[in-house]
Design a protein around this ligand. Structure first.
Ligand SMILES: NC(=O)C1=CN([C@@H]2O[C@H](COP(=O)(O)OP(=O)(O)OC[C@H]3O[C@@H](n4cnc5c(N)ncnc54)[C@H](OP(=O)(O)O)[C@@H]3O)[C@@H](O)[C@H]2O)C=CC1
Ligand SMILES: N[C@@H](CC=O)C(=O)O
Length: 392
């Protein structure tokens, strides 16, 4: 099977490495990189390294296109063009999939080709595949996990080494874990894309990234926060989670305090942990590298091999209309702030101060996130984390 790789960055290079270095005895040896699409200044006279996309689209020998450019445009148009030219498409680009899932899936159906995006959520973990496998038997009622390798790497290194946030972020960038704009990793936007994609598949609906979806990242975490929570037996993790009740679903991304010894607390480095709950399977969790060149490329190549073996994915309809509801998701949050006004802002929930942190109990996730939005306007360095209860 001939493939064209769009974008020769971290993931594109990884895909070329796996395919071109494949042991002749493995299935990956059946793949061949015929073209690599690069910027004009990086193209050469060969047909292989090209900036001529029409040549790729019009080459009948190209069976599949791997889109790993990142971003929205031109990735969105190039994916659609490939599908319309009856090329299978495999992508790792969660930003574009989260926004255009339905259009891609419908265009693939119309052109009788496959559209696959395993690597777009949780890197090397076969998460989409296993959501779909579970759905062959069960309804999925909830899922949660650590869906960002960069932020997990930062939190883990801060906990273990005490190094500064900025120096660890720089390491994560050098290791190829971070997004082109790493604020996507530390402010929760990358997880937002991954949660939207997971929701679309798990609940057979369509949820797009947007301001209505509560997310609080780790931008403001400090060494003192890690130490304070550690003293109480907690490990801070950035968790995305969703629960479905009838035609309502909750959706939250926030730092959570996981008990030392829990699965979530033990996820280190760039690893992710993704867990679903199905009717008959119960809890089913997966752990693996969520970011990085080869783990991500592995997931892309697995998708290509599934295309080659004509392994059909579940028929995706996105037919359910669900309402977002975070009001019934109550919990206990800890807040660090220097703003004297916090007690007044949060008075409806009677915050209690302990060693410079405020404990806010029995508050729903929506109200807490609304409260933090107000607080950040006064104290841009404020941090919050929620006690886990039930997710670990
Ligand atoms: N890195 C990871 O661990 C993971 C990444 N992903 C996703 O995979 C995708 C790729 O990520 P990654 O490889 O890390 O990103 P990189 O920035 O390393 O690679 C993207 C490559 O595409 C090139 N590119 C971008 N736009 C164009 C264009 N218009 N024409 C030609 N070339 C272009 C870039 O060139 P230039 O440098 O010149 O801009 C760069 O070489 C992203 O969507 C990311 O979210 C998913 C899972 C894990
Ligand atoms: N930047 C992302 C890459 C994989 O999706 C991450 O750190 O998880």
């Amino acid at each position: 099977m001939n493939i064209a790789i769009l974008g020769l960055g971290t993931v594109g290079t990884g895909v070329a490495k796996i395919v071109e270095g494949a042991d002749a005895m493995t299935k990956a040896a059946d793949l061949h990189v015929s073209h690599v699409f690069v910027r004009p200044e990086k193209a050469d006279a060969s047909k292989r390294l090209t900036s001529d996309y029409d040549a790729i689209l019009n080459d009948d020998d190209v069976d599949a296109v791997v889109e790993v450019l990142g971003g929205i445009e031109p990735a969105h148009s190039m994916i659609l063009d490939a599908l319309r030219h009856q090329k299978h498409v495999v992508t790792a680009n969660k930003a574009v999939v989260a926004r255009y899932m339905e259009e891609f899936v419908q265009t693939a159906k119309d052109n009788v080709v496959q559209f696959r995006f395993e690597a777009s959520v949780a890197g090397g973990i076969p998460w989409i595949t296993n959501l779909e496998r579970t759905l062959r038997i069960d309804s999925i009622n909830s899922f949660h996990g650590i869906f960002n390798g960069t932020s997990n790497f930062i939190l883990d290194q801060m906990t273990k080494t005490g190094a500064s946030f900025d120096s660890i972020l720089k390491q994560a960038q050098d290791l190829g874990y971070a997004e082109a704009d790493p604020s996507a990793d530390i402010d929760g936007y990358d997880i937002e894309n991954k949660l939207c994609i997971s929701l679309d598949i798990a609940y057979d609906t369509l949820v797009h990234p947007g301001d209505n979806l509560p997310k609080f990242g780790i931008r403001t975490i400090q060494a003192q926060d890690i130490d304070f929570f550690k003293q109480q037996g907690w490990v801070v993790k950035l968790i995305g989670r969703s629960v479905r009740h009838g035609d309502h679903f909750s959706y939250v991304i926030e730092p959570m305090l996981c008990r030392a010894g829990s699965i979530e607390a033990s996820i280190s480095d760039n690893f992710n942990y993704a867990s679903l709950h199905g009717d008959s399977i119960g809890e089913l969790g997966f752990m693996g590298q969520g970011a990085g060149m080869l783990p991500t490329a592995h997931a892309v190549v697995q998708d290509l091999l599934d295309v080659k073996c004509s392994n059909e994915h579940l028929d995706r309809c996105f037919g359910k209309t669900l309402q977002l509801d975070n009001r019934s998701d109550e919990g206990t949050y800890w807040v660090r702030t220097s703003a004297a006004q916090f007690k007044e802002l949060a008075k409806a929930w009677h915050p209690v101060e302990h060693d410079g942190y405020f404990k806010v109990e029995d508050i729903d996730a929506q109200s807490m996130h609304d409260l933090m939005k107000e607080l950040l306007l006064i104290d841009a360095n404020a941090f919050m984390a929620r006690e886990s209860g039930g997710v670990d």
